[in-house]
Design a protein around this ligand. Structure first.
Ligand SMILES: *[C@@H]1O[C@H](CO)[C@@H](O)[C@H](O)[C@H]1NC(C)=O
Ligand SMILES: *[C@@H]1O[C@H](CO)[C@@H](O)[C@H](O)[C@H]1NC(C)=O
Ligand SMILES: *[C@@H]1O[C@H](CO)[C@@H](O)[C@H](O)[C@H]1NC(C)=O
Ligand SMILES: *[C@@H]1O[C@H](CO)[C@@H](O)[C@H](O)[C@H]1NC(C)=O
Ligand SMILES: *[C@@H]1O[C@H](CO)[C@@H](O)[C@H](O)[C@H]1NC(C)=O
Ligand SMILES: *[C@@H]1O[C@H](CO)[C@@H](O)[C@H](O)[C@H]1NC(C)=O
Ligand SMILES: *[C@@H]1O[C@H](CO)[C@@H](O)[C@H](O)[C@H]1NC(C)=O
Length: 300
C-alpha cells in the first residue's frame, strides 16, 4: 500500500506525501441550517461544541483518526480547543453548536521517517483520494485561521497549512502557506500565500499575528480547471480577491488542513535539515467545510 512507502526524496516544490489510505465514498451531500452557509455541504469539518479531544482518536465522522500525524502521537495529543473571543464566521451563525480547533506541532511531530518535517494534518473523514465528492465539478473549500501568540509560528521557516494533494502524491494543486518560502526568498514571511501547483504565487495577505480571524475560501472548478480565492476578516462576509484563474487541477487527491513545518538549511526538506527543539506551535482553525458550488453557489 502506498502509505507504507519508504522515505520520499521530494524537493521543496513538489508535493508532500500524505500517505493516506483510500476511503470508500458512501455518503450523499447534506444541507446545513445556518444563516451564512448557503450551499450543500459535501465535506464537513466543523467541530461540534460538545466534541471531546479523545473523540478524534477513533472514527469520528469529521476527520480521519489515523492520518497525518507524528508516529507515536494521538490526535488528542495534537489538538487543543483554544479559547477565542468569538467564533469564526462560519462557526458563528450557530455559536453554540461549533467551536475552533488548534492543530499543534512540536519536535515529536515526525510522520513515518520524514525527519526533515514536523507535521500534523487533518483529512476530512469523508474525503477520498480518488473520486471524492469534495473534488469534482465545482466545489468551495472554506477555512478560517487565527494565530495563537502563545504558540506562534517561527516565520523563519516555511509552513504549508492548507492544501490539496494529487492522488499519486506528485503535486499539490493548491497550497496555502506561511513563513519564509525556501525557493522564493523574496516573498514576505509574515504573509499567507496561495500558490498553484507550479508554486506560482496567486495571492497573499498579511498574517494577523495578534489573533484575529482571517477567513479564506477557494472555489475549485475541477472540470474547467479554474480557481478563485475569497477572503475576509472577523465575521465580515467573504469577498473575491482574485479573478477566476485558469490552472491545472487534474490528478484527484485529498485536502489536508494543519501544518507542515519545513526545515532550514537543506535541499532535502523531507528527510534532513534543521529544526529547533524543543518548540510548541499551533494554528487555530474554524469553519472547515467544502460546499457544492454548482450553479455559482457560494457562501460568503
Ligand atoms: C460522512 O459520510 C457518512 C456516511 O455516509 C455520513 O453518515 C456522515 O454524515 C458524513 N459526515 C459528514 C461530516 O459529512
Ligand atoms: C434552523 O435552526 C434554528 C435554530 O436551531 C431553528 O430555530 C430553525 O427552525 C431551523 N430552521 C430550519 C429551516 O430547519
Ligand atoms: C453532541 O450533541 C449532539 C446533539 O445533541 C449529540 O447527538 C452528540 O452525541 C453529542 N456528542 C457528544 C460527544 O457528546
Ligand atoms: C515511537 O515509539 C517507538 C516505541 O516506543 C520507538 O521505538 C520510536 O523511536 C518512536 N518514534 C518516534 C518518532 O518517536
Ligand atoms: C526560528 O527558526 C530559526 C531557523 O531554524 C532558528 O535559527 C531560530 O532559533 C528560531 N527561533 C526561535 C525563537 O525558536
Ligand atoms: C506549470 O508548469 C508546466 C510545466 O512547466 C506548464 O506546462 C504549465 O503551463 C504551468 N502551469 C501554470 C498554471 O503555470
Ligand atoms: C527532535 O526530534 C529529532 C527527530 O526525532 C530527534 O533526533 C531529536 O533528538 C529531538 N530533539 C530533542 C531536543 O528532543
Amino acid at each position: 500500500m502506498l502509505f507504507t512507502s519508504p522515505i520520499l526524496a521530494l524537493s521543496a516544490l513538489v508535493a508532500i506525501a500524505t500517505a493516506s489510505p483510500r476511503i470508500c465514498q458512501t455518503h450523499a451531500s447534506k444541507t446545513t441550517n445556518s444563516s451564512t452557509i448557503k450551499c450543500p455541504i459535501v465535506l464537513d469539518g466543523r467541530v461540534p461544541a460538545n466534541a471531546s479531544l479523545t473523540s478524534f482518536d477513533t472514527a469520528n465522522g469529521l476527520f480521519n483518526p489515523d492520518y497525518v500525524k507524528g508516529n507515536n502521537l494521538s490526535w488528542s495529543d495534537i489538538l487543543l480547543f483554544p479559547t477565542v473571543a468569538t467564533n469564526s464566521r462560519f462557526d458563528s451563525a450557530d455559536a453554540a453548536q461549533y467551536k475552533p480547533i488548534e492543530v499543534n506541532i512540536n519536535n515529536a511531530s515526525v510522520y513515518q521517517a520524514q525527519y526533515g518535517f514536523r507535521r500534523a494534518g487533518l483529512l476530512f473523514a469523508n474525503d477520498s483520494n480518488t473520486g471524492s465528492l469534495g473534488y469534482t465539478g465545482v466545489k468551495t473549500l472554506h477555512w478560517s485561521v487565527q494565530q495563537d501568540p502563545q504558540r506562534a509560528l517561527n516565520l523563519s521557516h516555511e509552513y504549508l497549512n492548507v492544501w490539496h494533494e494529487s492522488a499519486d502524491y506528485s503535486a499539490d494543486q493548491i497550497m496555502f502557506q506561511a513563513g519564509s518560502i525556501l525557493a522564493q526568498p523574496g516573498l514576505a514571511r509574515d504573509t499567507f500565500k496561495v500558490f498553484d501547483r507550479n508554486s506560482s504565487l496567486l495571492w497573499s495577505v498579511a498574517m494577523d499575528l495578534e489573533g484575529g480571524w482571517q477567513n479564506f475560501a477557494v472555489t475549485l472548478d475541477v472540470t474547467a480547471n479554474t480557481i478563485q480565492i475569497y477572503y475576509s476578516t472577523g465575521t465580515d462576509p467573504l469577498q473575491a480577491v482574485t479573478d477566476v484563474i485558469p490552472t491545472d487541477l487534474s490528478g484527484d487527491g485529498q485536502f489536508q488542513i494543519g501544518m507542515i513545518k519545513k526545515p532550514t538549511g537543506t535541499s532535502d526538506v523531507v528527510n534532513a535539515g534543521y529544526q529547533e527543539a524543543p518548540f510548541e506551535e499551533g494554528q487555530i482553525y474554524g469553519g472547515l467545510f467544502v460546499e457544492d458550488s454548482a450553479g455559482g453557489c457560494i457562501s460568503l
